[in-house]
Design a protein around this ligand. Structure first.
Ligand code: ZN
Length: 312
């Protein structure tokens, strides 16, 4: 049975903390290095539901993608929700460890897991890490589809393969445009538009896309955009990471039980499809083949692909 320090050393080898962004807060939030570990729970968010799940499960370690405290704090009082999480964890001898931007850029990293869930062929990182001589680490991934698909069909694949959330999946651009290459970035990716444009891909899949970056991107080029729930785009990493730890456990004879939380912690809880009767006009989509030959702004059509089973 490994000690927490043994397991943490293995996790730090997968996602070296020094590769995290300067502003990030990765590593161990709480936990006794000498405590023994038999069960580990992977999750995206270090929230109350996940702490409770670990207690229920009898896990001694939670590994999350998002930090509990991104900035310093002067209190862990249980009257704050983060302090309540800390209290729950310490009371039940549960450690919390975070792998955030160091997991984003790892090989394999968060966007590899996202691409893998969608059966996309990875070509290269979208923003390569210059310190990686093999050119495999970095932010986001540029991918190819085995067979070209319409933006609509690719979005439907995203809605089908990623876990269901209230948000579902939105697309911007011509839903009938053919996609052969797509950039993917798990989590918030709207700071990556310059790199996406430079990559010359047909589409970009990410989360948390905002009005202005989307408006500008679709006015300037025929780039198709797919926006999924932040949590859903990062959840495949939990399965990938759990499989990595499982393999390490086997190799060391640790006999760890490794779990992935299926609790949806995306903060959006309901989605209403539009039912308004306001007399507005949705411009007809321009075929993508035309838009690539002209400098006119391309389609401003809107389409929504609702995640199956999500509340409407
Ligand atoms: Zn995230």
């Amino acid at each position: 049975m490994p000690r927490l320090s043994d397991v943490l050393a293995a996790l730090d080898a997968l996602w070296p903390p020094e590769r995290a962004e300067q502003w990030d807060a990765v590593g161990t939030v709480c936990g006794d290095p000498d405590a023994s570990v038999t069960r580990v729970l992977f999750a995206v968010d270090p929230v109350r539901e996940i702490a409770d799940e670990a207690v229920e499960l009898g896990a001694e370690l939670i590994v999350t993608h998002h930090p509990l405290y991104l900035r310093g704090t002067t209190t862990v009082a249980a009257s704050t929700f983060k302090g309540r999480v800390v209290h729950t964890l310490i009371k039940h001898d549960i450690a919390l460890h975070v792998a955030h931007t160091n997991a984003d850029t790892a090989d394999p990293g968060v966007s590899d897991a996202l691409a893998g869930a969608l059966d996309l062929r990875i070509v290269r990182p979208l923003v390569p890490d210059p310190t990686d001589p093999h050119g495999r680490r970095g932010l986001g991934r540029v991918c190819e589809l085995d067979r070209p698909a319409t933006l609509r069909d690719l979005a439907a694949r995203v809605a089908h393969r990623l876990p269901a959330t209230a948000q579902g999946v939105r697309i911007a651009g011509d839903p009938d445009a053919l996609v052969r290459t797509v950039a993917v970035s798990g989590g918030s990716g709207d700071s990556l538009f310059d790199q996406v444009r430079a990559a010359g891909v047909d589409a970009f899949l990410t989360a948390d896309l905002r009005h202005h970056p989307v408006s500008e991107a679709t006015q300037h080029s025929p780039l198709g955009l797919i926006d999924a729930a932040h949590w859903a785009t990062e959840w495949p990493w939990c399965e990938q990471a759990a499989a990595q730890l499982d393999e390490i456990s086997d190799r060391h004879g640790w006999d760890l039980r490794v779990h992935v939380s299926k609790t949806v912690t995306d903060p959006w809880t309901s989605h209403f499809a539009p039912t308004s009767t306001h007399p507005v006009t949705h411009p007809a989509p321009n075929p993508a083949t035309h838009s690539s030959q002209s400098t006119h702004p391309t389609s401003a059509s809107r389409a929504a692909v609702d995640t199956p089973g999500a509340p409407n």
